[in-house]
Design a binder for this molecule. Structure first.
Ligand code: HEC
Ligand code: HEC
Length: 247
């Protein structure tokens, strides 16, 4: 629930990361906002449970309560239902693979996947807490209708073509080969993309293209993004955000 919003404009480290998000053509000049999430009664009830709590239940507490003095909780940015904030590129976590989420948290903590926004949160968690919070977000149902940025029919058509057939001029492989026709990903190899926000997908592609490895498996996506133009990144990202709603 979005009760009020607060600007992080004073935090220059986070701003430098987010300025990348702002440059995505479809993202527009929106301000990043942090939703203040109310702790639900259920989360408070879980807090009083003792031994035998499942990973998901403890993970829910971690997601809803700030562990770091002066900083917000995960849910303030990723939302309590894990839907993220599609307009500003904060990724959806709901329904992603638990192992992948846990691994990405470890990469953020090590600084291998560079994100000024995520690093302090990932560092604050120990291995067990990473597993628990990953289990919580993975357990959440994928939102049926992701919020989407406006896109044109031309963008979607170009995006669909890149996704399904790749690009014969640049020899870019089709995304479908590794992420599947419906974008559900392939086990723990490649992540689910269906319904992920266009702003986030475009940001990740632009960073791989710029040579950012992100993690050891980043080589697959670096090769993929190498030849993509800004226009094609925007198109394929718009298409990915529509995956799952296709007939
Ligand atoms: C201040 C806002 C903010 C907070 C708070 C936050 N995140 Fe994030 N998170 C982000 C942003 C922005 C990204 C995208 C990072 C990037 O690659 O640039 C992200 C990315 C992630 C990813 C990677 C998702 C993927 O598909 O690879 C995971 C996992 C994640 N966050 C988990 C968490 C957890 C767990 C917490 C709480 C302990 C948390 N985040 C708190 C903003 C936030
Ligand atoms: C050769 C296999 C392969 C192909 C082809 C491929 N991907 Fe990927 N993709 C991966 C792997 C592996 C990962 C995980 C990378 C990592 O963890 O750093 C990934 C990760 C991603 C992510 C990050 C998701 C997240 O939650 O952070 C996005 C976005 C993405 N791919 C989009 C695409 C798009 C768009 C295309 C087509 C233009 C594409 N991929 C083609 C293998 C592939």
């Amino acid at each position: 629930m979005l009760m009020s919003s607060q600007s992080l404009a004073t935090d220059t480290a986070e701003n430098s990361v987010l300025s990348l998000l702002y440059t995505i053509p479809t993202a527009g000049a929106r301000r990043w906002r942090v939703a203040i999430v109310a702790l639900t009664l259920a989360a408070v009830a879980v807090a009083s449970a003792s031994a035998g709590e499942s990973d998901v239940a403890v993970g829910r507490m971690i997601a809803a309560q700030s562990l770091i003095p002066g900083r917000v909780a995960c849910a303030a940015c990723h939302m309590e239902n894990g839907a993220g904030q599609p307009d500003v590129g904060i990724p959806r976590l709901a329904g992603l693979d638990a192992r992948q989420l846990e691994e990405q948290l470890a990469y953020f903590a090590k600084g291998e996947r560079r994100s000024a926004a995520m690093a302090p949160y990932a560092v604050a968690l120990n291995n067990t807490q990473r597993r628990q919070v990953a289990a919580y977000f993975a357990s959440l149902p994928v939102p049926a209708e992701p919020d989407r940025l406006a896109s044109t029919p031309q963008q979607l058509a170009r995006g669909r073509s890149l996704y399904a057939d790749g690009d014969q001029h640049t020899e870019m492989q089709a995304c479908v080969q590794c992420h599947g026709v419906t974008g559900l990903g392939v086990g723990q190899f490649s992540p689910r993309l269906a319904g992920q926000s266009a702003a986030y997908v475009a940001d990740q592609l632009a960073r791989w293209r710029a040579g950012d490895m992100r993690d050891p498996k980043g080589a697959f996506m670096q090769a993929e993004a190498r030849t993509l133009s800004d226009t094609d990144i925007a198109a394929v990202a718009a298409y990915v955000a529509h995956l799952g709603q296709e007939p």
